[in-house]
Design a protein around this ligand. Structure first.
Ligand code: UN1
Length: 509
């Protein structure tokens, strides 16, 4: 209790927080509709926050448009320096912010701290990137001509993030967008608004210390804001993280005005457990993947596709491992599994179990709601034997429900693994080189992420993060994901004293 009060104080969370902030200046408004944030850990109200009106949104956009004119002209390495300071500020606040993430969202403290570490890591990455936004040079077919390409900022980047990574997803987008010369407007999930307020306070200090204009990094709260952003021509890029259902709406709204999107939608991630796997290692990967963040990562392991020769042996080990899981307050480091985000999520968990049973699922680890917890958000991680074709298995249920599926040949396993609408993360556990390479080949996994002897979750920021099919096709974080935040320009320069046309076309006057 006392610890949380101190954390909220350190992070500048008020009893009633303003609906928006355009950088370091928070709105001074008091009459907006209030949204209260409750902790799924203990059911207590943490604090309230106001929700923005359309006029508030206009104010934020106006500031952002003005700020872009300034920010795009600042040299990229100078922008990188601001992001470097932001990374340092995150280091100073790691313990507090990680604790708030754990308390407001419900993931274990270890995972809360890990999430803040991902923020620090992406800042470091972006700082280096700020001197490396490389374009190519090409050879012109015309004499005394030079051809090259450069990357320019796009403008305002709209970031719409989900509750499950309430701080990291914002930072992946923001750190890259900023070094690329864009300004950011962030609409966080209404389930975790206080994590967003805390982040804004942290970056606000950096912006203020460097005398930067308002509008470079704005925060705005409220579900109505999402629609405004999606339909706003002043926002050339929307980076959206969330369900496939909402992603489809975002995608068509933005495409309808020829805006760009980076979509990080649902996953239905599987681990193939070969008979040549290190089984003990596989257990750890599978259990962490399935119950980490209480099964609420896009990368959570939802299916295990197990070779028939070791199926019974592995199942037995898995059931034993589940028996050792400790469920309870996520701030208590003794526990492995915290609560789901809210009681609506608990309802979806129950519904999925019911649907599974009606389709023929056989539970080998029983689920159920834990009744002696005050928030009503704690559930038991469970395991069921299923067929891949069940409707419920084809869906992403954001909860710790793990499905077991049996296979004979690796080709069959790959077909099962790919046989879902989503395409985010995948893995194979095997010590057999032929199997590993087939899984990674063009005839292997169809996902954006494919791992060997690692589970499906917990990707590092250095690689491009995202997936195919109904996962939406977007890429964030490392590799050349930065290109998604810039516009490419091809330049051809003639330094001869004639004007030859390309393709040898003759045109004399
Ligand atoms: C998400 O669930 O939205 O790979 C992101 C992982 C984390 C990110 C998950 N680094 O599990």
């Amino acid at each position: 209790e006392q610890n949380i009060t101190k954390v909220l104080k350190n992070l500048n969370i008020l009893d009633l927080n303003p609906a928006y902030c355009t950088g370091s200046q928070w709105a001074s408004i008091t009459d907006r509709k209030t949204l209260d944030s409750y902790s799924p850990a203990d059911g207590n109200k943490i604090a309230g926050i106001q929700t923005a009106t359309e006029a508030d949104y206009e104010e934020v956009l106006k500031k952002a448009e003005q700020a872009f004119l300034y920010w795009r002209s600042l040299p990229a390495p100078k922008r990188g320096e601001i992001v470097r300071q932001f990374g340092d500020a995150l280091r100073e606040n790691k313990e507090d912010l990680g604790t708030l993430v754990s308390y407001e969202m419900g993931k274990s403290l270890q995972e809360g701290l890990g999430e803040v570490q991902e923020m620090i890591d992406i800042c470091d990455f972006a700082v280096g990137l700020s001197r490396q936004l490389y374009g190519l040079t090409m050879h012109s077919e015309r004499p005394n001509h030079r051809m090259y390409e450069q990357w320019h900022p796009m403008g305002i980047v709209g970031i719409i993030s989900a509750f499950n990574f309430p701080v990291a997803v914002w930072s992946w987008n923001t750190a890259l967008a900023l070094v690329c010369g864009n300004v950011c407007v962030w609409k966080p999930s209404s389930k975790t608004p206080l994590c967003a307020v805390a982040c804004q306070h942290i970056i606000a200090k950096v912006l203020q210390a460097n005398d930067l204009p308002e509008g470079i990094c704005s925060l705005i709260i409220g579900n109505a804001v999402g629609d405004l952003m999606n339909n706003d021509k002043r926002i050339p890029l929307i980076s959206f993280t969330g369900s496939t259902r909402i992603g489809r709406i975002v995608s068509s709204a933005v495409a309808g005005r020829f805006g760009q999107t980076i979509l990080e939608l649902g996953g239905n991630n599987a681990i193939i457990i070969s008979k040549d796997a290190d089984l003990d290692m596989s257990i750890i990967g599978a259990v962490f993947g399935a119950v980490g963040t209480a099964g609420q990562r896009c990368t959570s392991t939802r299916r295990l596709i197990i070779q028939e020769d070791i199926y019974d042996d592995f199942k037995e080990k898995l059931v034993k491992a589940y028996g050792q899981l400790r469920i309870g307050n996520p701030l208590d480091q003794h526990n492995h599994v915290g609560p789901l985000i809210d009681t609506a999520a608990v309802d979806m968990y129950n519904l999925a179990i019911q649907k599974g049973i009606s389709e023929g699922a056989k539970f080998v680890v029983e689920g159920g709601v834990i009744t002696n917890e005050p928030s009503g958000c704690y559930v038991k991680p469970c395991v069921a034997e299923v067929e891949n074709r069940y409707e419920i298995v084809q869906e992403e249920t954001f909860a710790p429900i793990l499905y077991l599926i049996k296979y004979k040949t690796l080709e069959e396993a790959i077909e099962l693994q790919n046989g879902v609408p989503q395409g985010l993360s995948s893995a194979i556990m095997t010590l057999n080189l032929r199997e590993a390479e087939l899984f990674l080949s063009a005839a292997g996994s169809d996902c954006g992420i494919a791992n060997v002897n690692i589970g499906t979750s917990g990707a590092e920021i250095g690689g491009a993060f995202g997936g195919e099919k109904e996962t939406g096709g977007g890429r964030e974080s490392g590799s050349d994901a930065w290109k998604g935040y810039m516009r490419r320009q091809t330049n051809t320069i003639n330094y001869s004293n004639t004007l030859p046309l390309a393709q040898g076309i003759k045109f004399d006057l």
